[in-house]
Design a binder for this molecule. Structure first.
Ligand code: GRF
Length: 215
């Protein structure tokens, strides 16, 4: 397995996106392999998912470090041990600074449960629901030092139905997340993504798109 196809997944929580990546990359025709799953929270359910799949795990608890740079250096060291070429954030609840990002330039992906640049930050689903948007969605983007401000790779649009609850919308958004993340990870390790300033050029496989409708 070469570094260019080895992905480190960073998690903090339940790991349903991680599960989607585990299931997709277990297929022979998916070019990426998950080399390690790293959590900042020892009790994250996502770790159990990785263990069940036989994927190496590591815990780097942010509270044990005196500052953010030392936490991030430990994260980088853990990923390097596993020869990781790409990093996929999947519900990782810490902001990353240049200390981390400069170790993996334009190699860090994130999924966000809103159509960025609307509703960055935490509780995006509740914000979209409370705002009364008619079309919600999810965004796959490169990570930069801002909060959900990095160049956008792909987006999935999800309708808000008249009698939706916030939970129903959240579930519908997750379906879109789980469909899009493995696809974008494939493009990444196949070298199909080129960042140019704010935007990303995607050398799309035949018949694929950088957007999807989950109506
Ligand atoms: C997802 O909604 C993702 O978009 C956001 O954090 C949540 C993680 O959920 N970044 P899970 O841990 O993958 O279930």
């Amino acid at each position: 397995m070469s570094a260019s196809e080895t992905v480190g997944v960073l998690v903090s929580g339940s790991g349903t996106n991680l599960q989607a990546l585990i299931d997709a990359t277990a297929q022979e025709d998916h070019p990426a392999r998950i080399g390690v799953v790293v959590s900042n929270r020892p009790k994250a359910k996502a770790l159990e998912r990785a263990e069940r799949a036989g994927i190496p795990t590591a815990v780097v608890p942010h509270r044990r470090f005196e500052d953010r740079p030392s936490f991030e250096r430990a994260l980088v060291a853990t990923l390097r041990e596993h020869d990781v070429g790409w990093v996929a954030l999947a519900g990782f609840m810490r902001l990353l600074t240049p200390t981390f990002l400069e170790a993996f330039p334009q190699r860090v992906l994130n999924i966000h449960p809103a159509l960025l640049p609307s509703f960055p930050g935490t509780h995006a689903q509740s914000q979209a629901f409370a705002y009364g948007v008619r079309i919600a969605g999810v965004t796959l983007h490169f990570v930069d030092a801002g909060t959900d401000t990095g160049p956008i790779i792909a987006q999935g649009a999800v309708p808000v139905l008249p009698d939706d609850t916030e939970d129903a919308l959240r579930e519908r958004l997750l379906v879109a997340e789980h469909a899009l993340y493995p696809r974008v990870l494939r493009w990444a390790v196949e070298g199909r993504l080129a960042v140019s300033g704010r935007t990303v050029r995607v050398d799309l496989p035949q018949g694929e798109h950088t957007w999807a409708w989950f109506g």
